[in-house]
Every structure is written in structure tokens, then in C-alpha cells.
Design a protein around this ligand. Structure first.
Ligand code: FES
Length: 213
């Protein structure tokens, strides 16, 4: 693994909260297929690290613990953890800012969102962490929410329909330890057209059932 040249803990053990989650996850698979729990267990590790240290990441020793729990060779878990970008292989800031810069978001202003993140969080370049340890900035590929582009993912939440000023306001709120409601930030409801719904305006339409000819 290339990105592990920093202080790694020498011990990791699942806590009670994680054990309860693991029981739920492993109940979904037959015992001989429990290796399928690799992704969820890595998420459980990352969540536990956030609870315990304030930084959501997956230390190598925790991958070994996951491998042991799933009865697979450690390399099987290293492969998964290093392939998927959702897993952080080194400590990150308290809040992980992930700006989608793929086509839809780019056309809708992701450059402004990225610039606002750098300015408001005090981070000079993508991949960096702010000096106060509060924010880490990453660039993400399509997050699958193009209808509400541009998107900023903060930890596990999506903030949508952003622009520069609203991104700065969001980061200022996080700095105050306030976590705004995720979703559209421009007053839009879900993924409705800008300006509001244009079809299916009558809630009672069709209530009487199909008409007989
Ligand atoms: S391009 Fe950003 S969510 Fe799809």
C-alpha cells in the first residue's frame, strides 16, 4: 500500500457499537460467504475511528482485524480498502469535504465550490488538511446526484445545488460545530425543476380510478 507512510496504531479492536453493527451485517450472508462483508466492515472501522479519534480513517491493523473476522487473507482486505476512494488510509480532518468535479457538476459551477472550500477552510490544494485539523479537501468523481449539481459531500452527507457563497456559509457553520440540513441549498424541493413542480400538480387527479370508455 502506497499511502501508509505515517503513524499507524499498533492495535485495533471493535467496540460495542461496532460489534452490534457487525452482527447485523454478517446476518445478511451465509457463513461461508461472510467475506462479502468486507465493504460494510471497513465502513464500520472508519466510523469507529471517527468516534474514537475524531478522524474517519482505516488503519492497516484494523484491516488485519477485519480479515481475521471474515476468515480471509489480509491482502483480500487491503485490495478492497485501497481500491475504493471512500476509505481514507491516513488520518483526515474532522470534516471531509469532497467536491464533485465531473461533467454535470463542473458545468453547474463546481469550480466555484472548490474555490470556496479552499478559501473558507484555509486549504491551499486538493488533498490538503487545514492547519486547525478541521477540514480535509478532496475531489470526487460523479457522486450520482447530477440532477442537483453541483454537489459537495461532507462526510456521508450531500449538500446540493451549491454556489460559492452558500459553500462558504456551509463551511462557516461547520466551523461553529453546526451541521446544516443536507440536501438542496437553494430552496429547491428534492430534484424538482428550478422554480417548482410543473406536472402532477393536482393531488386528487386520478383518485377516482381509470374511466371506463
Ligand atoms: S457529475 Fe457531480 S454528481 Fe454527477
Amino acid at each position: 500500500m502506497s499511502d501508509v507512510n505515517h503513524d499507524q496504531p499498533t492495535h485495533f479492536a471493535f467496540d460495542e457499537v461496532s460489534e452490534a453493527e457487525i452482527t447485523k451485517v454478517l446476518a445478511k450472508y451465509p457463513p461461508e460467504r461472510k467475506a462479502s462483508g468486507a465493504l460494510p466492515l471497513l465502513y464500520i472501522v472508519q466510523d469507529q475511528m471517527k468516534r474514537q479519534t475524531g478522524s474517519a480513517w482505516v488503519p492497516t491493523v484494523a484491516m488485519d482485524v477485519v480479515a481475521e473476522r471474515l476468515d480471509v487473507a489480509p491482502i483480500r482486505i487491503y485490495e478492497v480498502a485501497t481500491f475504493y476512494t471512500m476509505f481514507n488510509l491516513k488520518p483526515i480532518g474532522k470534516y471531509h469535504l469532497q467536491v464533485c468535479t465531473t461533467t454535470s457538476c463542473w458545468l453547474r459551477g463546481s469550480d466555484d465550490v472548490l474555490g470556496a472550500c479552499k478559501k473558507a477552510a484555509g486549504i491551499a490544494h486538493v488533498g490538503g488538511t487545514s492547519a486547525d485539523g478541521l477540514f480535509t479537501l478532496s475531489e470526487a468523481e460523479c457522486l450520482g446526484a447530477c440532477a442537483n449539481a453541483p454537489i459537495l459531500q461532507v462526510d456521508n452527507d450531500f449538500y446540493e445545488d451549491l454556489d460559492g457563497p452558500r459553500t462558504e456559509a456551509l463551511i462557516a457553520a461547520l466551523r461553529r460545530d453546526e451541521v446544516p440540513q443536507p440536501g438542496p441549498t437553494n430552496g429547491r424541493h428534492g430534484s424538482e425543476p428550478e422554480g417548482g413542480r410543473r406536472v402532477l400538480l393536482d393531488a386528487n387527479a386520478g383518485a377516482a380510478g381509470p374511466q371506463k370508455g
